[in-house]
Design a protein around this ligand. Sequence first.
Ligand code: NDP
Length: 294
Amino acid sequence: MSDTQQSVTVIGLGPMGQAMVSTFLERGYQVTVWNRTASKADPLVAKGAVLAATVQEALAANELVVLSLTDYDAMYAILGQATDALAGRVLVNLSSDTPEKARAAAEWAAGHGARHLTGGVQVPPSGIGSPESATFYSGPKDLFEAHQETLKVLTATDYRGEDPGLAALYYQILMDIFWTSMLSYLHAVALADAHGITAEELQPYVASALSSLPNFAGFYTPRINAGNHAGDVDKLAMGAASVEHIVHTTEAAGVDTALPAAVLEVFRRGMAQGHSGDSFTSLVEVFKKAVASA
Ligand code: NDP
């Protein structure tokens, strides 16, 4: 390793960690890796990564330690066996979890003399290494700035603030959109399939429906921001009737109605709360009131 070669440790070699290690190697970094299932390191070692024999060794190898794990519990399972090696380390935790878990992890790391940056990667493994991809970061600003150039090897960076929970919060907000949108897509595919329409035949229409959403969000955002839910463009009662048609069409096709039925339930709650003549954006107000769980 030359004096100028930069180096990093990556712990966690799922699809995401593997993509990160490959990208660091391609960019000339010296990379030390550790994974619970050591065999997952084999293809990376073949490309030049160094497999640490223990977690201690992985932590000792570099100041900067990138974690790419299923969740924060996995971090405790791994680093909990090597807390004596944490002092002076910078943990860049790119595992997803809740804002509360991220805040607790930052405190836990500080208790062992390490510093913690929270990250929320917004792309699949195939997007790692692309400057068009982005990752949310939060935590101490000086720490983020000191390591930004290395982090930019993975994706563009979007620093959200000092609160360690912020990156996780932004990540979860976007995942809220991702999972509900993708489930609606899968439900539509099932409904189409019940009528002999293939996913491939449906795809152009799916693309068109999804690409119209930014326009809707663009139109409604300033109104939502101003607390304006006027029913001049659409009315909640009209939306509820539309969702009812979807439930019935789904039922008639013998397809699971759980998803549109859940949507209909929210629309009906909005109507019961007096929003029938308001825009469907008034459902924001319905969502703000937590429903006591059964
Ligand atoms: P995986 O769930 O496949 O990563 C698993 C990694 O966590 C493996 O290294 C696994 O070890 C380790 N692990 C899990 N539980 C434990 C444990 N109890 N003890 C020790 N190690 C454990 O996730 P990905 O690689 O797909 O993603 C990593 C993170 O990135 C996740 O938080 C994910 O939400 C996030 N992310 C993923 C995206 C994706 O498309 N994949 C997109 C955006 C974010 P082992 O190999 O031994 O099982």
